[in-house]
Design a protein around this ligand. Structure first.
Ligand SMILES: Nc1nc2c(ncn2[C@@H]2O[C@H](COP(=O)(O)OP(=O)(O)OP(=O)(O)O)[C@@H](O)[C@H]2O)c(=O)[nH]1
Ligand SMILES: [Mg+2]
Length: 425
């Protein structure tokens, strides 16, 4: 089974429904009060961990997620429907990043954990809401707030319990093929495996673990030699490493040397990897050349205090014992206290209220700011009263003064969002 561990998707939360502008018409009541209801809230985009998933494969065919819009408000104070939230299922271990900023928005690790990534738009308020002692019959209503939109990168790191490491052609793929349903390419040339492969290993009823076969490492991988070491991130979170060594030394390297060189590359990639427990699997013992090296490899394992197994992926000798031992190690495994990387979690509530004034190429003034853009999007400029309310907020925020500080003159053009107008005192 090949897996995708990184994928790009786009999500958009639902827009809020529009508020309604209406008046009551009742028998015997000459002029009813305002009765336009509010719009409903748009759907939030929520990511939730599903323990039955272990890949991001589903996202290969489904890359766009649109939340439903809230219903519009109606006459007689009827509120628009709130749209049901859009739940997107991901496997445990999924990291969600904002493609534009590179920020980590969420790191979902636990079962049933969930996070709101995009807020649905608020429903626009109906005219009934704007009635007060000064204006008992407002004719305007707000439009719904647009739902947030984001381009996301999903990354999945926790995939395998066990990782296979070693030089090219030592038999890593042969080993995973001999104990799981995974069918990676196997060949005598180096770098047969170009991307990581996963296999589920079963050592008994309901006694399973996931093993990852990754491309071979060579000396200098840290400097980009061979396939480099980028794919080591696939085994960053595995609990145990099986270090596969070609005991036959058939390619002319010294198997004992191999062990130290690979560990040096691991250290150059990340210190953390050198702390993962290792099991040495001396492979290709079916070849007569192995006999002599096995003695030295066994001594090495003793010296380093590591479990040692003699195996042949070709004949399957010793393979079951190795897998059973690894399974027992997994059962007894306790995670080392993790040095938590500081993760910045995005706060959907925290909108930036700052107002920025800049000038475009033609010299026009451009006013922007999250809260202001929202106000523009929610204002129905065709309605005089809505326009007046907008102007009121505009004054409240003292934007005229800020424009004058920037040197605006009578008749200059000002843009806010999609709106454009002439500056008049
Ligand atoms: N005699 C013998 N040959 C083996 C054994 N295991 C693997 N081989 C052979 O060694 C060669 C390399 O095997 P692979 O499983 O592709 O090795 P790998 O470690 O996955 O190699 P890369 O993907 O290139 O890193 C193939 O020709 C295998 O048939 C074994 O136990 N005995
Ligand atoms: Mg391979």
């Amino acid at each position: 089974m090949k897996f995708i561990d990184r994928t790009k998707i786009t999500v958009k939360a639902g827009d809020g429904g529009n508020g309604k502008s209406a008046f009551r018409r009742e028998k015997f009541v000459p002029k009813g009060g305002p009765s336009g209801g509010d719009g409903g809230k748009g759907a939030d985009i929520i990511f939730i961990v599903d323990n039955n998933m272990n890949t991001l494969l589903d996202f290969r065919y489904n890359r766009k997620f649109l939340g439903k819009n809230g219903g519009n408000g109606d006459i007689k104070n009827q509120f628009g429907r709130n749209a049901p939230d859009l739940m997107i299922k991901v496997p445990a271990g999924t990291i969600i990043k904002d493609e534009d900023t590179g920020n980590i928005l969420a790191d979902l690790t636990d079962a049933d954990e969930s996070v709101v990534i995009c807020k649905g738009g608020r429903g626009g308020r109906g005219n009934a809401r704007f009635s007060n002692s000064a204006n008992r019959a407002p004719t305007f209503a707000e439009l719904g707030e647009p739902g947030a939109y984001k381009k996301l990168i999903l990354e999945l790191k926790v995939l395998a319990d066990v990782g296979l490491i070693g030089y090219p052609s030592v038999g890593k793929s042969s080993l995973i093929a001999s104990v799981s349903a995974a069918r990676p390419d196997i060949a005598e040339y180096h770098f047969t495996t170009l991307s990581p492969i996963l296999g589920v290993v079963s050592v008994g009823p309901e006694q399973n673990f996931v093993m990852a076969d990754i491309p071979g490492l060579i000396e200098g991988a840290a400097d980009g030699i061979g396939l480099g070491h980028d794919f080591l991130r696939h085994i960053e979170r595995t609990k145990i490493l099986i270090h596969v060594i070609d005991a036959s030394g058939i390619e002319g390297r010294d198997p004992v040397d191999d062990f130290y060189k690979i560990n040096k590359e691991l250290a150059l990639y990340a210190d953390k990897l050198t702390k993962s427990p290792q099991v040495i699997a001396a492979n290709k013992i079916d070849l007569p050349e192995a006999a002599e090296n096995l003695v030295r490899l066994e001594a090495l394992a003793k010296k380093e205090g590591l479990p040692f197994f003699k195996i042949s992926a070709a004949t399957k000798e010793g393979v079951t014992d190795l897998m059973k031992h690894v399974y027992t190690m997994l059962l007894n495994y306790t995670a080392p206290p993790e040095i938590e990387e500081k993760i910045k979690i995005y706060d959907a509530e925290k909108d930036n209220d700052e107002i920025k004034i800049s000038r475009d190429m033609t010299g026009d003034f451009v006013v922007s700011g999250k809260a202001l853009d929202k106000l523009v999007a929610m204002t129905n400029f065709a309605n005089d009263e809505a326009l007046r309310r907008f102007q009121y907020i505009w004054r409240l925020k003292q934007i005229d003064g800020k424009l004058k500080d920037k040197g605006i003159k009578e008749g200059d053009t000002v843009h806010i969002g999609a709106m454009e107008f002439e500056f008049r005192e």
